[in-house]
Design a protein around this ligand. Structure first.
Ligand code: GLV
Length: 305
């Protein structure tokens, strides 16, 4: 029998949902005692390399999240790795972003700031949705859902990705009232939002729901001490965010603990099961991560005539 080992921690719902979706698999939690030689498939956020290396019969790895920058692909077994692409997670992120877009476009931060001094000022909110530009930096699949959700609610939207943009990056930051950072982390994007980009954003807002290390934190703190209106940060260079980080106490920063896009076993398990079924039929799912160099593992079977 095939065995799926799941990096589910204490959360039994992953085991329940995957067992339901994969009736011909023995689905086990990585927390329990398992004979690693029996494991044929793994669903994981991150498992120790030594544990994976001790699985001689491993056929594939499915990730339980969208990002995979935390994985050292070269150190992982030479089997297909399929990342989780879950539309429900993209929607979760889009709604998180939308709630903050509304917050700033409607000036709720300003009303909250005016309350202690009993200041009644309705004129601080003059911007309608069509005049409020929401930009997504890193407008891939999830970014597009964010853009579509904001556009659906009447906001002006702008996307920017390395392969698809209509203006230089600095101009993009200048043209946005609020930028959502969703750019994947790589050596090319580490600290890519720096002093120049933040200066171009001016008195706008930065929301980071991608990866913390894509923003230069010192430059961000500098911009917040200057014109930048606010930063909403869900992701950080180091997580959990250390208690002594100045981001915790900055009055223009809202910290949320990496919850913008949740992996929901109810929606994710059928997607992981479908990837496993596709792999077992001999094809590589579209969400298979491209690894440098040729994979040595077996190639997918040619489609039968
Ligand atoms: C969360 O950050 C994910 O990559 O799924």
């Amino acid at each position: 029998m095939n065995m799926l080992l799941v990096d589910s921690g204490e959360d039994d719902s992953w085991i329940e949902e995957l067992t339901r979706c994969l009736p011909d698999f023995d689905v086990r939690s990585s927390v329990g005692d398992v004979d690693l030689a029996e494991v044929t498939h793994v669903a994981m956020w991150r498992l120790p390399d030594e544990q994976l290396a001790a699985m001689p019969n491993l056929e594939a790895i499915c990730t339980m999240g969208a990002g995979f920058d935390h994985l050292d692909l070269d150190a992982l077994p030479d089997v297909p790795i399929v990342r989780l692409v879950d539309p429900a997670m993209a929607n979760d992120i889009a709604l998180y972003v939308l709630s903050w877009v509304i917050h700033f476009q409607r000036g709720l931060d300003r009303f909250i700031a005016n309350q202690p001094s009993a200041t009644w000022r309705g004129d601080v909110v003059t911007v309608f949705q069509r005049d409020y530009s929401v930009g997504v930096f890193g407008s891939g699949a999830i970014g597009q859902v964010v853009l579509d959700t904001c556009a659906h609610h009447g906001y002006a939207t702008l996307g920017w990705s390395r392969s698809n943009h209509d203006r230089p990056l600095n101009q993009f930051f200048t043209d946005c009232d609020l930028v959502v950072d969703l750019v994947p982390l790589s050596s090319a994007t580490r600290g890519v939002i720096g002093a120049g980009e933040l200066a171009a954003l001016g008195d706008g807002v930065l929301i980071n729901v991608g990866r913390g290390a894509t923003v230069d934190t010192d430059a961000l703190l500098g911009a917040l001490d200057g014109d930048l209106r606010a930063a909403v940060l869900d992701v950080f260079d180091v997580e959990p965010l250390p208690a002594n980080s100045p981001l915790w106490s900055h009055d223009k920063v809202t910290v949320t603990p990496h919850i913008a896009g949740r992996s929901d076993p109810t929606t994710a398990a059928p997607i992981i099961a479908a990837s496993i079924a596709e792999l077992r039929s001999g094809s590589l799912p579209a969400a298979t991560i491209q690894r440098s160099g040729m994979l040595k593992h077996r190639s997918p079977k040619a489609p039968s005539a």
